[in-house]
Design a protein around this ligand. Structure first.
Ligand code: DAT
Ligand code: MG
Length: 142
């Protein structure tokens, strides 16, 4: 097991339905620690840059419109094996296929409005953390 950092978004559908606390509770219950957090409203340019890997897919334009439709909460989570653990807690992209007791199975509205984002690799975690946070916005463990 290795100590890792991963990047998380509580997406517009969850923020609008007042689910921030319930979602953060899932992270904390699974020994992931919030070491940076802020609420932001993405610009279209930011959303397009964040999801650049999906540009050209048929779901891309509605994904961007959805991601700018309301504020989001961006966080850095730290813990043992945090990247894979967070993806497990979240569940697969389609909430209808997500494992029971995952965030998406319990809260997501649809494949697009699926409540949370979690980095899928060390490379994307590093890129996504740097996209939203300066080094001095991330708190060190004591
Ligand atoms: P994940 O968020 O599980 O890593 P992804 O990286 O493949 O999934 O896609 C990013 C987001 O794009 C996903 O959370 C929701 C949206 N999306 C993906 N596939 C979709 C589809 N077939 N229809 C609608 N939205 C989709
Ligand atoms: Mg992804």
């Amino acid at each position: 097991m290795v100590m890792q950092r991963t990047f998380s978004i509580i997406k517009p559908d969850a923020v609008k339905r007042n689910l921030i606390g319930k979602i953060v509770q899932r992270f904390e219950d699974n020994d992931l620690r919030v070491i940076a957090a802020k609420m932001v409203r993405l610009s279209t340019e930011q959303a397009e840059a964040f999801y650049a890997e999906h540009k050209g897919r048929d779901f891309y334009e509605p994904l961007i419109a959805y991601m700018v439709s309301a504020p989001i909460v961006v966080q850095v989570l730290e813990g043992e094996d945090a990247i894979a653990k967070n993806r497990q807690i979240i569940g697969v992209t389609d909430p209808a296929k997500a494992e029971p007791n995952t965030i998406r199975a319990d809260y997501a509205l649809s494949v697009r409005e699926n409540s949370v984002h979690g980095s899928d690799s060390e490379e994307s975690a590093a890129r996504e953390i740097a996209f939203f946070f300066a080094d001095d916005e991330i708190c060190c463990r004591d």
